[in-house]
Design a protein around this ligand. Structure first.
Ligand SMILES: [Zn+2]
Length: 571
């Protein structure tokens, strides 16, 4: 007899109620609306900082980054100032998929970020955005790949030419490609559901995140980048993607019997970018906590830096994270040079620097301390750590919006307030809140020659013909879930992303490892079910080593190079 999935999770990266509610009111997201009526729904608190790699990893482990070791697209190198690009090999906590396998359930996941290289699950795994290229071994078992190519067509992993969105024609091309990728994943999901059903299945769609980053300002009349002349063309672009994925969600749910539990989740929310930019290293330099080398502004050095930065600056705004990862791993020399130049790392005099920010690619605002005994040229005595941290937090509050007189950064977290566990020390020392409505700003790299300029700038409207970044993340995403054991039509307020893994385990009557940070979302369940099935605590799932290779083959290298050439970054 064919297997009937017990649980299906649909991941909508960056989906947010801010966009969904009005669409639902207009009847434009009928499938999600139907699911809400049948089950529970509410905001879903992401982890801090709310970015894709740690968020989905906390989702799949039920643990905070201090226990799984993924903080960002990049990770700090032990005993050095360098940053290295991360993928699933950096994850050091067992996944809920593995725990479910161990409990006898088969599991299949598709396109979940930070699952490359794929886990050899009993079931299948198709890796997500950290996959280096379409020719990488990103599908387990490998036979499934050939089958998908035959029945679905080749799998394209990300949108090309995202970076080249400097004209409306290019924007149209990118949007068409996004649509095609959504259709491809929908087709793959439906094919797999029909032909390879597993007890637990998960399908992720990334296009809401992408479209919000690049098109939010077109639908948002209050946005500083909003251009009324272009609103008729792109004003409904974000909404169209939500509607498309609502339809895809509906197609998946339609193939499931009512006894299958269905979860729709996002890893974080989304919202507009604002016009406030902070140059963190510049500010630290102004405070005397960061020093540049004396020759940092010599004319020859300036010229060399300019060349490197020009190339890198183009890369920063235009490549997808996955492409950046590829670039970085394929061209370590180039990465080293350009990234160091771009982040001014080559210009920093470590022997006189107490605090710095890694202003590298896709790096959320955070500050690291140049601690003695930890960093190669550390100068901060551990005894002075606490007072230094406290004074930096105070100084950050002095950065005020000149229009309101209020602090731009409303909250700064000490490392151990947000990260706990064996890998907590790999996180930054200070995590700046950039995701709350009263604490919104972006950061840009600082250069020594601009040290005397203001550390906070209010951005003007960008000139036409540039790629625009109108949307960013928020802490609260979405959860909608139905199951025979769940309440119907119930609004739930306090769900967290980290709670989903233990909730899945409990739903399938598997004990919850005592070292998971998440808790079973008992508010989802009907009281009868809970009294008949008490939550069971299981043995700690602990840490897991990573012994899976992640290097690139020659063929992958060639592919990446081709793509970069097409983008105009390589001669
Ligand atoms: Zn995300």
């Amino acid at each position: 007899m064919k297997k009937v999935p017990k649980v299906v999770v649909i991941g909508l990266d960056a989906a947010t109620w801010t966009v969904i509610r009005p669409l639902m009111a207009e009847g434009k997201m009928p499938n999600l609306a139907k699911l809400m009526k049948a089950g529970v729904s509410g905001p879903l608190q992401s982890i801090m900082p709310p970015i894709t790699p740690p968020a989905w990893t906390s989702f799949m482990t039920g643990k905070n980054p201090g226990k799984h070791g993924i903080y960002n697209f990049i990770k700090s190198e032990q005993g050095s100032y360098a940053m290295k690009y991360a993928n699933a090999t950096s994850r050091r906590a067992p996944t809920v998929w593995k725990l479910l396998n161990d409990a006898g359930y088969t599991v299949g996941t598709m396109n979940v970020p930070f699952t490359y290289p794929p886990e050899p699950l009993n079931g299948f795994q198709i890796s997500g955005m950290d996959t280096p290229s379409e020719t990488s071994p990103f599908i387990h078992p490998p036979e499934l790949r050939d089958e998908l190519v035959r029945h679905v067509g080749g799998i394209q992993l990300d949108v090309r030419f995202l970076g080249a969105m400097s004209t409306d024609e290019r924007r149209d091309q990118v949007l068409a490609e996004m649509k095609q990728i959504d259709e491809q994943w929908t087709k793959a999901a439906l094919y797999i559901l029909e032909n390879h059903p597993q007890d637990v299945m998960m399908f992720v769609f990334m296009s809401i995140d992408t479209v919000q980053h690049h098109f939010w300002h077109h639908m948002d009349k209050e946005h500083f980048l909003h251009d009324p002349a272009r609103a008729p063309k792109f004003g409904d672009t974000v909404c169209k993607v939500y509607e498309r994925l609502d339809a895809a969600t509906g197609q998946i749910i339609d193939r499931l019997p009512p006894e299958t539990a269905v979860f729709v989740v996002s890893d974080h929310g989304g919202g507009p970018t604002v016009d406030r930019t902070i140059y963190l290293n510049r500010y630290l330099a102004q405070l005397g906590l960061l020093h540049y080398k004396d020759n940092a502004v010599s004319p020859l050095r300036k010229l060399a830096q300019k060349v490197l930065r020009a190339g890198f600056s183009a890369l920063r705004g235009t490549l997808t994270s996955r492409q950046k990862t590829k670039l970085a791993e394929l061209f370590p020399k180039l990465r080293e040079k350009s990234e160091l130049a771009y982040s001014s790392f080559t210009d920093i005099d470590w022997t006189r620097t107490k605090a710095y920010c890694s202003e590298v690619l896709a790096s959320p605002p955070s500050i690291r301390i140049n601690l003695k005994g930890v960093k190669p040229q550390g100068i901060v005595d551990p005894a002075d750590y606490e007072s230094l941290i406290t004074s930096i937090i105070e100084k950050l509050a002095d950065l005020k919006d000149p229009r309101t007189g209020k602090p731009v950064i409303n909250r700064v977290y000490r490392r151990h307030e947000v990260f706990q566990g064996p890998f907590a020390d790999e996180g930054a020392d200070l995590i700046l809140d950039w995701w709350s409505e009263n604490s919104l700003f972006s950061t840009e790299p600082s250069f020594p020659e601009h040290t005397n300029e203001p550390a906070l700038s209010i951005r003007e409207h960008l000139p036409q013909g540039k790629a625009e970044w109108g949307g960013t993340h928020r802490l609260y995403g979405i959860i909608v879930a139905r199951a025979p054991a769940f309440k119907a039509g119930a609004k739930i307020e306090n769900a967290r992303l980290i709670d989903i893994a233990p909730t899945l385990l409990h739903l399938l009557d598997v004990p919850v490892p005592e070292d998971m940070d998440g808790k079973v979302l008992t508010s989802f369940f009907q009281p009868d079910f809970l009294s008949a099935h008490a939550v069971r605590a299981g043995a700690a799932s602990g840490t897991s080593g990573t012994d899976r290779p992640s290097g690139y083959t020659d063929e992958e290298s060639a592919k990446v190079e081709e793509r970069l050439q097409a983008l105009g970054y390589l001669e």
